[in-house]
Design a protein around this ligand. Structure first.
Ligand code: NAP
Length: 279
């Protein structure tokens, strides 16, 4: 299992399982089976409304807690709730979180970040993350942090490699975790001729070539799936390496196309969304 070292020395697996838009029933099975296959990173969020199910899947897998890297995200309406971290721990059924993000640069996100710093100092979380904080939001946050974040989770895939953030992230030794690594299942991305050609060469699937590209870019990937065969396939990318030339060829697909273009109006709308957690 390939791992990457964060700027505070914590090691994070480079392949994980995403659980966005996955029902509690499916998330429980995906997490349990994923851990049995060998995954050691699971990504969820308050707003995915499946944290309790993720916790159940972890317990049913029989894999010891300390072997698993769990990332989750504080939702905007929790940024000023000083019990939010404890409530997240309770839903997941664990006593520390490996990586906690603030989910969106909306509402009072600086207060949300302060909560992460407090939880980090108290040992309740092992690493701090920011999700979707790019451009001016990232710059504003960095002027107001006591502890630098370790990870940025943001949209990344071969159509959008995130060039404009690369220098800033490098300067601050912040690692990227890619969301929508497979374009949220977009067939036109997965079926790009370059991936079909490389899949044939390496005896892999197109999705495996894309996930490997992320890892070789230094990006951790968390493909989402409720299909156990896909979950197995996505984890099996450690027996080949793309050449430098192949990596460069894949980069030519970057047209800076994002599937989600966030606007301030969208962030303002998100800030009014109150999650209804599983009981
Ligand atoms: N921070 C944020 O704001 C944010 C936003 C979005 C996502 N995320 C995180 O990032 C994770 C990944 O994003 P995502 O799940 O939306 O998109 P994704 O991983 O790019 O794509 C998931 C889609 O691809 C399909 N798929 C998975 N493996 C496949 C394979 N080997 N071959 C063909 N199709 C495959 C899945 O269908 P099947 O179920 O049929 O396999 C699903 O429809 C999320 O689960 C979540 O943890 C974070």
């Amino acid at each position: 299992m390939q791992k990457i070292k964060l700027n505070n020395g914590v090691e994070m697996p480079m392949i994980g399982l995403g659980t966005f838009m996955i029902s509690p029933e499916d998330a429980e099975v995906a997490v349990r089976e994923g851990l049995k296959i060998g995954y050691r990173l699971i990504d969820t969020a308050n707003m995915y409304l499946n944290e309790r199910a993720v916790g159940r899947g972890i317990k049913e897998s029989g894999v010891p807690r300390e072997e698993i890297f769990i990332s989750t995200k504080l939702w905007i309406t929790e940024f000023e709730n000083e019990n939010a971290v404890d409530e997240t721990l309770e839903r997941l059924g664990i006593d520390y979180i490996d990586l906690l993000f603030i989910h969106q640069p909306a509402g009072n996100y600086l207060a949300g970040y302060k909560q992460l710093e407090k939880a980090y100092k108290a040992g309740k979380i092992k690493a701090i993350g920011v999700s979707n904080l790019e451009g001016k939001y990232f710059d504003n946050l960095m002027k107001n942090t006591e502890i630098k974040p370790q990870v940025l989770q943001a949209e990344r895939h071969p159509y959008f490699t995130g060039k404009e953030m690369q220098e800033k992230l490098k300067e601050n030794e912040i690692k990227v975790m890619s969301w929508y690594p497979l374009g949220h299942g977009d067939k036109s991305l997965i079926n790009e001729p370059i991936f079909t050609e490389l899949a044939k060469k390496y005896g892999k699937s197109n999705a495996q070539i894309i996930l490997k590209w992320h890892n070789q870019m230094g990006y951790t990937v968390i493909p989402g799936s409720k299909n156990v065969e896909h979950i197995r396939e996505n984890f099996d990318i450690n027996d080949f390496t793309l050449t430098e030339e192949e990596m460069k060829k894949i980069e030519t697909l970057d047209t800076e196309k994002r599937y989600c273009v966030f606007t301030q109006e969208m962030f303002d709308g998100f800030a009014k969304m109150q999650p209804e957690y599983e009981k």
